[in-house]
Write a protein that binds this ligand. Structure first.
Ligand code: ATP
Ligand code: MG
Length: 577
C-alpha cells in the first residue's frame, strides 16, 4: 500500500524524504540547532523553556492545561520560564544540590510540569511517578532513587506517603501542591514557597553527560528497573519531535501519556517544548467522547497515543468524523505495544490517515524506529530507524552478536550504542546494565525481523517467546491473527508447559460486545487461526476473559496471565493497572 500521509495545511513535512535525510543526517549538525547555556553547558529546561521565553515565542502558549471540568489554563513560554525558575529557587532554598533526586507523585496538574522542568534547571534529577501508585510501589522507587524531595497532594500524602516516612530517612521534604500552609518543618506548602521565591534563576551549568531524569520501566517482564538519562537526551527529543512527530511552528500537539511513563515525559513534556509548539495536557483519564472533542476543540495537529487507547476507540461502533471536525489533525502516532495492521487500517478508515506505529523503550529515552509522514506505511510494521540510529537483527552466540542479514530472519533487535538519549545506568544494577551491551550493540530484549526494504517487524519480547513443537512462536503474530477474527476484541497468548510439545500456545481472549462465550465461538476462533497460522502455531487452548491484565502504561502483562494459569507467585504487581 503506497501511502504518503501528508495532509495539506503545512507546506512540507520536516522530513520530506527518509532516504535523503538518512544520507546527510549528523547528530552534530542537529546539535547546532540547540542553543546551549551561556556557560557552554547543556540543560534540558533551557532548551525546552528559557530559550523560547527569550525569543519571539515568549507569548506562545507552551502548555495548555485542560482541567477535569474542561476549564483551561494556558501557560506561555514566558509564564513557564518564571514558574520553573521559582521552583528551581524553592529547591535551592531547600538546599537541593546537583544530582540529588526530586520525585513527584501527582496527577497531570501544572505543578508536575513546573516541577519537572524546574528541577532540571538546578541540575537535580527528576523522577515522575504515576499518582495511582500505592504506598509500596512508591516506597520502592523513592528509596531506590534516594529521593530528597517529593511533590504530591495532601490527599496522596495522607493516604500513601505519611506511613512510609520512618522508612525513608533520606526524604527531607514533601511539597504539597494544594496546602495553603506549611504543615511542619518537613511537609511544606508548595504554593507558599513559590510565592516567596524569586522568579529569576541562573540555570545550573549542566554538561551533556550530567544526569537529568530517572524513569522506571513498565515492569512488564519483571521488577521495574530504574533507567538513568542525561541532559544530552534532549537532542533525541528535539530530533524525534521534528522528524517523527513533524512538529512545526504553530502546531498544537497532544501526547496522551502520563509523565509517570517515559512517553509522558519525553513526549508529554520535553519534545514539544523543545520544538516550540503548544503542548496539550489533559488532567482526565481516557474517555472516547472527551478525547475526540479535545482533538476538535483545541485543533490538535499531531496526536501521540497508545495501542490500548486505539483499541478502546475501535471497540466503540462510532465514526468520529460524523460528529467531530478533526480537519486540523494531520498525523497520528502510537507507541508502547505492537500496533496491529488492523489498527493502522482502522485509522485510515476512521481519520483518513493510517496510525503511525513507532518503537522505543524506557532505556532508549526516545523514539528509535518509526513510520514517518512522508514514507510508505506498511501496516503491522514498526517502520524504519530514526535517521542517525543504526538498528539491526542478530543472534547472540557465546556472548557475541552475530548479525542476521537475510530479509525476515528473526533475531534480537539491536541498536548501535551511543545515541544521545541512551540510558547511562540501571540504578544499583551495574552488572545488569553491562549485560545489555554486546560489543558495539545494545541488546533491546525484543525480537524482530527486517524486510528486504529495511522495515522492521516486531515479533515479541525475548521473554515471551513460546517454544512449541520445535517452533519459536512470537506472541505478536498470533495475537494479530486472533484479532482479525470478527468476534475478538483483544487477545494475549502465553506458553503453557506441556510434556509432549514443550509449550502449548494458550490464548486469553476478550470478545467484542454481542459475541457469546460459547464452545462454538472457541472452535470458530481456533479453526480461523489454524487456517491462517497452521496447526503448530495456532492456539490449542482458549480462555475467554473480561479484560487482560495490563500495566499502567497499557502493556499486556503476559507473565501475570502465565503465573495465574500455572498457580505460581504473581511477582511484582506495582505497575498493574
Ligand atoms: P520492563 O522492561 O520492566 O519489563 P517494559 O519493557 O514494558 O517493562 P517500557 O520501557 O515502557 O517497559 O516498554 C518498552 C517495551 O514496550 C519495548 O521493549 C517493547 O517490548 C514494547 N513496545 C514499545 N513500543 C512498541 C511497538 N511499537 N511495537 C511493539 N512493541 C513495543
Ligand atoms: Mg523493557
Amino acid at each position: 500500500m503506497k501511502d504518503t500521509l501528508y495532509i495539506p495545511g503545512k507546506e512540507t513535512p520536516n522530513m520530506p524524504d527518509y532516504d535523503s535525510l538518512c544520507d546527510k543526517f549528523k547528530w552534530e549538525n542537529e546539535f547546532k540547532n540547540l542553543e546551549r547555556l551561556p556557560g557552554g553547558g547543556l540543560n534540558i529546561a533551557h532548551e525546552a523553556v528559557d530559550r523560547h521565553a527569550n525569543s519571539h515565542l515568549a507569548n506562545t502558549v507552551a502548555l495548555r492545561w485542560i482541567r477535569k471540568d474542561r476549564s483551561l489554563i494556558d501557560f506561555t513560554y514566558s509564564d513557564l520560564k518564571i514558574q520553573t525558575s521559582q521552583f528551581a529557587n524553592v529547591l535551592e532554598k531547600l538546599a537541593i544540590k546537583k544530582n540529588d533526586s526530586v520525585f513527584s507523585l501527582v496527577g497531570r496538574i501544572p505543578y508536575l510540569y513546573v516541577a519537572a522542568l524546574g528541577t532540571l534547571k538546578t541540575g537535580a534529577v527528576f523522577c515522575p511517578m504515576f499518582s495511582v501508585f500505592g504506598p509500596e510501589p512508591a516506597f520502592q522507587r523513592l528509596s531506590k532513587g534516594k529521593a530528597k524531595v517529593l511533590i504530591t497532594t495532601t490527599k496522596l500524602y495522607q493516604k500513601k506517603i505519611k506511613q512510609l516516612m520512618p522508612r525513608l530517612p533520606l526524604l527531607r521534604h514533601i511539597l504539597l501542591t494544594d496546602a495553603k500552609q506549611h504543615i511542619d518543618e518537613k511537609v511544606l506548602s508548595l504554593s507558599m514557597l513559590m510565592d516567596e521565591a524569586p522568579d529569576e534563576y541562573l540555570i545550573s551549568n549542566t554538561q551533556p553527560e550530567d544526569p537529568a531524569l530517572l524513569h522506571f520501566t513498565s515492569g512488564t517482564t519483571g521488577m521495574p528497573k530504574g533507567a538513568l538519562h542525561v541532559h544530552q537526551a534532549v537532542l533525541t527529543h528535539y530530533v524525534t519531535g521534528k522528524y517523527v512527530l513533524d512538529l512545526q511552528p504553530g502546531d498544537i500537539f497532544w501526547c496522551t501519556a502520563d509523565p509517570g511513563w517515559v512517553t509522558g515525559t519525553s513526549y508529554g513534556i520535553i519534545a514539544p517544548l523543545v520544538n516550540g509548539v503548544t503542548n496539550i495536557v489533559d488532567e482526565e483519564e481516557f474517555d472516547a467522547e472527551r478525547w475526540y472533542s479535545i482533538l476538535e476543540e483545541h485543533r490538535v495537529n499531531v496526536w501521540y497515543t497508545a495501542p490500548t487507547a486505539i483499541r478502546r476507540l475501535m471497540r466503540l461502533d462510532f465514526k468520529p468524523l460524523e460528529k467531530y471536525d478533526l480537519s486540523n489533525l494531520r498525523l497520528i502516532h502510537s507507541v508502547g505495544e505492537p500496533l496491529h495492521a488492523e489498527e493502522v487500517i482502522w485509522g485510515k478508515k476512521t481519520f483518513g490517515m493510517p496510525i503511525c506505529d513507532n518503537w522505543w523503550q524506557t532505556e532508549t529515552g526516545g523514539i528509535m524506529i518509526s513510520n514517518y509522514s512522508s514514507m510508505e506505511v506498511r501496516p503491522g510494521s514498526m517502520g524504519k530507524p530514526l535517521p542517525g540510529i543504526e538498528a539491526a537483527i542478530g543472534n547472540i552466540v557465546e556472548d557475541k552478536v552475530q548479525l542476521l542479514t537475510k530479509p525476515m530472519e528473526q533475531g534480537h533487535l539491536l541498536l548501535k550504542k551511543g545515541w544521545p538519549s541512551m540510558f547511562r545506568a540501571y540504578l544499583d544494577e551495574e552488572e545488569r546494565y553491562k549485560k545489555c551491551f554486546k560489543g558495539e550493540w545494545y541488546v533491546t530484549g525484543d525480537l524482530a525481523k527486517k524486510d528486504e526494504d529495511g522495515y522492521f517487524w516486531f515479533v515479541g519480547r525475548a521473554d515471551d517467546i513460546i517454544k512449541t513443537s520445535g517452533h519459536m512462536v512470537g506472541p505478536f503474530e498470533v495475537e494479530s491473527t486472533l484479532m482479525e477474527h470478527p468476534a475478538v476484541s483483544e487477545a494475549a497468548i502465553i506458553g503453557k508447559p506441556d510434556p509432549l510439545i514443550g509449550e502449548l500456545v494458550k490464548a486469553f481472549v476478550v470478545l467484542k460486545p454481542g459475541h457469546e462465550r460459547s464452545e462454538k465461538t472457541k472452535l470458530d476462533i481456533k479453526g480461523f487461526s489454524r487456517k491462517k497460522l497452521g496447526p503448530a502455531v495456532a492456539p490449542k487452548e482458549i480462555t475467554f476473559t473480561d479484560s487482560l491484565p495490563k500495566t499502567k502504561s497499557g502493556k499486556i502483562l503476559r507473565r501475570l496471565l502465565k503465573a495465574r494459569e500455572l498457580g505460581l507467585p504473581e511477582g511484582d504487581k506495582s505497575t498493574l493497572e
